[in-house]
Write a protein that binds this ligand. Structure first.
Ligand code: FAD
Length: 429
């Protein structure tokens, strides 16, 4: 039996520890935050326990389904027909099915057909065929297949608000994988369907934590790992603020940007590779409202004077006591808005909500909260993998990964639990 440290209690770290326990090893998790979950963590939002960041499940999140079956909580997974909308300039349009596309007034018929066909074929493209897209940049790929007009009308503003100055250097494979994941989550060609976990992601996180403890594992919250200690190029322990904990091996699942500080003994060349990975942060607002903004779960927004690419009305997916709307602002940390106070960002977003639904007013806002995550999303340029250091590098008994390692797939709980379990199996041979 090995004693193994896992750094980070997000879905990846928890899944790694759970799998280690299943294989008969002793896992000990160190988590900086005061709670489980990382990006999928809950908080108390005016009496409602809900994720700090919106979370939904897609039809092909198989690794998540397998884990939920194993944990005997598969019955907590529910599916709901959902709607999408597109707020374009000053009008709300139905979106997300062929009829809505045909009715959309801002594109000609040829552009609509090209766009529709491109989205359809992208959702049908086989997962293993992503390599052919890996060298292309996303904007050129979209323009080539959907046409420049469709890119300018439907994508440009969304990309610029989400990816900012990285927009022209995004991997086509990465954007395709996102289109595919969401595009395949449908009950039929005309009906999108999304899933949610009853009680939210916390249901899964708590269940994993209970299993880990029952297997004899330990979870230390509010305990940051400050250093992975090595000896003769082998990981031998984890340093925290007050002690050195000795282990046979270590798995790190924290964002790669923290790795150079955590593992100072890595050669400079590898440190540089981690430092070169770019990432954007998020300031995510959550509103509790007395009235719905729209009936859509997902609303794309493209208007010259609205600086958010969309909003997610969670109560249109999950039954919740009030109307819950997330408004994410994705930004590089050096973006001036990242330094705005919560109040200032909330005030801006509040005006956007009133504009999209003029029937909403101040009295309908019951509560609002802002959460920030510094490294919310790696930015994946073409051939992203080529620049990633291997998960197992020159230090023995040490594995390092984060959401970047399931490229071209976008970050998700399902991919993180899948990779977490794989890391555990890699370490146990
Ligand atoms: C805005 C937003 C929306 C999302 N929407 C969805 C969605 O709809 N569906 C979906 O499936 N997924 C979604 N995700 C993604 C999902 O939340 C992530 O893929 C998943 O949580 C990643 O888990 P992880 O364990 O790999 O990493 P993380 O969640 O980043 O966990 C890493 C953990 O490491 C901890 N840590 C950092 N430094 C240290 C240290 N020195 N010592 C100890 N611990 C440390 C952090 O506190 C954190 O808990 C979303 C994420 C965001 C930000």
């Amino acid at each position: 039996m090995l004693n193994i440290a896992v750094i980070g209690a997000g879905p990846m770290g928890l899944a790694a520890a759970y799998e280690l326990g299943k294989q008969g090893h002793q896992a000990e998790i160190f988590e900086y935050d005061d709670r489980l979950g990382g990006m999928s963590a809950h908080f108390d939002f005016d009496g409602l326990s809900i994720e700090r960041y919106y979370h939904f499940v897609c039809h092909h999140d198989y690794a998540l389904f397998d884990l939920m079956r194993e944990l005997d909580i598969y019955d907590k997974l529910h599916w709901q027909d959902t709607h999408m909308g597109y707020y374009y300039n000053n009008a709300l349009h139905k979106w997300g099915d062929p009829f809505s596309l045909l009715r959309f007034p801002h594109l000609g018929m040829i552009d609509k057909l090209r766009y529709g066909l491109h989205m359809f074929l992208s959702s049908k493209r086989k997962k293993e065929n992503w390599h052919a897209l890996d060298t292309d940049d996303a904007v050129s790929w979209i323009k080539k297949h959907s046409g420049s007009r469709a890119y300018d009308v439907l994508w440009k503003r969304l990309f610029e608000l989400k990816f900012h100055h990285f927009t022209d250097n995004l991997s086509a494979a990465w954007i395709w994988a996102r289109i595919r994941r969401v595009g395949r989550s449908r009950r039929s060609l005309v009906q999108e369907q999304m899933g949610y976990i009853e009680g939210g992601s916390e249901t899964l996180l708590n269940c994993l934590a209970n299993e880990i403890r029952q297997q004899g594992g330990k979870i230390h919250l509010s305990t940051a790992a400050t250093k992975i200690v090595t000896e003769d190029r082998k990981a031998i322990g984890v340093q925290t603020a007050d002690s050195l904990h000795k282990f046979d091996a270590v798995i790190s699942t924290i964002p790669l940007q923290y790795v150079p500080r955590l593992v100072p003994d890595l050669p400079e060349q590898i440190q540089k590779q981690y430092k070169n990975i770019t990432n954007i942060g998020v300031v995510c607002l959550i509103f509790k409202l007395a009235k719905a903004v729209t009936k859509n779960f997902w609303l794309n927004i493209s208007a010259p004077d609205i600086e958010i690419p969309g909003m997610i009305e969670m109560s249109n997916l999950r039954p919740l006591p009030d109307h819950i709307v997330y408004v994410p602002y994705y930004m590089p940390q050096e973006h001036p808005k990242f330094k705005w106070s919560d109040d200032r960002i909330i005030e801006e977003a509040r005006q956007y909500l009133f504009r999209i639904n003029p029937e909403l007013s101040e009295k309908d806002i019951i509560a609002v909260h802002a959460s920030r995550y510094a490294f919310a999303q790696p930015i994946c340029q073409p051939e992203f993998c080529d620049n990633l250091p291997p998960m197992k590098n020159v230090i023995d008994n040490l594995l390092i990964a984060d959401t970047s390692y399931y490229y071209p797939e976008d970050r998700s709980i399902s991919e993180s639990v899948d990779l977490g379990r794989k890391l555990a199996r890699m370490l146990c041979g």
